[in-house]
Design a protein around this ligand. Structure first.
Ligand code: DAU
Length: 344
């Protein structure tokens, strides 16, 4: 494919995995990354492509029209994948408003420039959380968007921008709605890396409530392949569910992590649920539409979980500076301090 792909949020977790995966799959493609390098962006994630003559990095925000328009004018972008977002539900409880800049306004800025410059294909990466939660059964793409958290309401707002720009300009844009993703380079605020890194240090694991909430886990490489499939073969204006088909309660996930690390369940602390009424009980997706494009998750969950745990064991040089940093410690104190106290 002779392309120049703009990958926004490419220094974050799924974004950087996608950059590295795309570089390996499309040796002729030029890759342009735009990333705001907020707390969750990390240039170390891009070490594998940084020296490549076909890679270029721009620091900046998708909600900044000067930066975005400048990139489109200079780089002859043919394809876009938008990963840039504030992505953490717990942080959105502390600041419900800040995320709107990237998750809603930024999407509009990006779509506008992409349409003005005749981009061939655009994928906006969204989330299964836009549907709200579901006790039984599966969400399909025609279900209404009924988000229940500040974060997911912001992502739903981004999807509405996609819809309006598609209708207005005809930009060939698709949406993906992925389930809980895991793998290397995930910022250690999310449950899986947070618990792995804490368990390695024999620190207590704050499990919200009784840990009965269910998440559907998707390995990051499978998620990247799903996004690429939709980029290449998706129908403009359509949304595609990308789920892993691996439903687990948080309690069961936590115990599996502890077992893999040879740690005792005694590390678990069932704390009062900081998400309260907004804590979604279960997400689950019907992925037949993406299967119709030829995508299906390929990784076995237990093997992928073991690989992920091993990655954090072997890459302590990556996560220890993050976890020890004052901003991360301040976040942990603020969010978990009231429940964990001296066990922080
Ligand atoms: O479903 C896709 C979404 O998955 C993405 O759109 C989000 O960006 C991503 O953050 C993730 O959202 P969750 O809120 O499900 O992920 P998180 O890792 O924060 O929490 C997963 C579950 O674990 C959730 O039920 C809350 C629980 N949890 C989380 C943390 C951080 C705990 O019990 N203790 C914790 O310390």
């Amino acid at each position: 494919m002779n392309t120049t792909i703009l990958i926004t949020g490419g220094a974050g977790f799924i974004g950087s995995n996608f950059v590295n995966w795309w570089a390996s799959q499309h040796p002729d493609s030029r890759i342009v990354v735009l990333d705001a390098l907020t707390y969750a962006g990390n240039l170390a994630n891009l070490a594998g492509v940084w020296q490549s003559p076909r890679f270029r990095f721009y620091p900046g925000r998708i909600e900044d029209p000067t930066v975005v328009e400048g990139i489109f004018r200079c780089e002859r972008i043919t394809h876009v994948v938008n990963f840039a977002a504030e992505s953490h539900n717990d942080r959105s409880l502390l600041d419900p408003t800040g995320l709107i800049a990237a998750n809603v306004a930024g999407v509009s800025v990006l779509l506008r420039s992409a349409a003005a410059h005749g981009v061939e294909r655009f994928v906006h990466v969204s989330t299964d959380e836009v549907y709200g939660h579901i006790r039984d059964g599966l969400f399909s793409e025609t279900d209404p968007l009924q988000p229940r958290t500040f974060y997911s309401a912001g992502k739903a707002g981004g999807e509405m921008q996609v819809r309006a720009h598609f209708i207005t300009s005809g930009l060939p844009v698709m949406v993906t709605r992925g389930s809980n993703t895991f793998g290397p380079y995930q910022f250690p605020e999310k449950i899986m890396p947070f618990f792995i890194t804490r368990a390695l240090d024999h620190r207590p694991l704050p499990l919200y409530g009784d840990g009965s909430q269910v998440r559907d886990w998707l390995y990051v490489e499978d998620h990247c392949e799903g996004i690429a499939t939709v980029l290449e073969r998706g129908v403009p204006g359509e949304a595609y569910n990308l789920g892993g088909g691996n439903e687990l309660t948080n309690a069961s996930l936590t115990k599996r992590i502890l077992r893999l690390l040879d740690r005792s369940d005694d590390l678990i602390r069932n704390i009062p649920d900081p998400r309260g009424a907004s804590h979604d009980a279960r997400y689950a997706l019907d992925c037949r539409k993406a299967a119709g494009l030829g995508w299906r998750p390929r990784q076995d969950f237990d093997a992928a979980l073991a690989t992920t745990v091993r990655w954090y064991v072997e890459h302590q040089d990556w996560w220890r500076p993050i976890v020890a940093s004052e901003p991360f410690q301040a976040y942990v104190r603020r969010f978990y301090g009231p429940a964990l106290g001296s066990e922080l």
